[in-house]
Design a protein around this ligand. Sequence first.
Ligand SMILES: C[S@@+](CC[C@H](N)C(=O)[O-])C[C@H]1O[C@@H](n2cnc3c(N)ncnc32)[C@H](O)[C@@H]1O
Length: 261
Amino acid sequence: MEIEWKDEILYKDLVKWACRLKREAPFFKDLVKSFDVKNSQVLDVSCGTGFHSVMLAKWGYCSVGVDISEQNIKEADNLAKNEEVESKVEFILGDILDIQNLLADRKFDFIYCIGNTLAIFDLHERKKIIQQLTNLLKPGGKLLIQVVNYLAHSNETEWFYKPNLMRTSDGLLNFQIRMMDWKEHSEKINMYIHRIIQDTSNSDMFELIQKKTEFYVLKKKDFQFMSEQKTFELKFLGDYNFNQFDEEKSNDLVVIIKKKN
Ligand SMILES: C[S@@+](CC[C@H](N)C(=O)[O-])C[C@H]1O[C@@H](n2cnc3c(N)ncnc32)[C@H](O)[C@@H]1O
């Protein structure tokens, strides 16, 4: 097979999807079990290449996914086609900062914004996004947010995550290291991703890619403004296994915001 050399890897090739969905599916199943399968609408906010949207469509829910990346939306459409759920899922290209306009007057039973996505936005933008998402909820609906709990690393100024080796859909090997830099313990944290892409049919063909991403360090108190609104109930978890959130230990900050009936 002729490989077209790319200097970036598709999001679908950065995650071991079968493992991730197997791990996360029971949590999602539990969150949506109270909603009628046929008549419920679910919304995947910053859906990436659409794996969660397709999972929920396969369970029978009407799924909508929104992402700002044209490439991701294209891949998500392909995934829906391959998994034969095109009639149950719709992918929309757009900015979640303007998501209410994008979705006009549609309402959803379950909305989720996961994969640390909210951590790329500043406080003002986050509030704007959360406000719009809660407006898009039906009474009794739930909003799930998942971000990384960087406060579990409060005693560190640098750390790394377990290196990851994956084969891309093009057959290339992708070896990835993520280094975290939190020197000043400020409101932002830097992530340096170093990636080696290797064509195993030609050992001379390889590329080194470095990318820096900044994330805001989100805290439980950043969501408290929602509990001041009487129409919402908030729950904080530390992972997708229903463990309570512990600021010093939890890997994740998982927030479930329920709009009262
Ligand atoms: C880390 S990925 C998470 C994807 C997916 N939710 C998951 O859990 O795997 C972040 C996603 O946010 C999307 N994104 C970033 N800024 C956005 C914006 N302003 N509006 C919509 N999507 C955005 C990116 O294109 C990317 O697909």
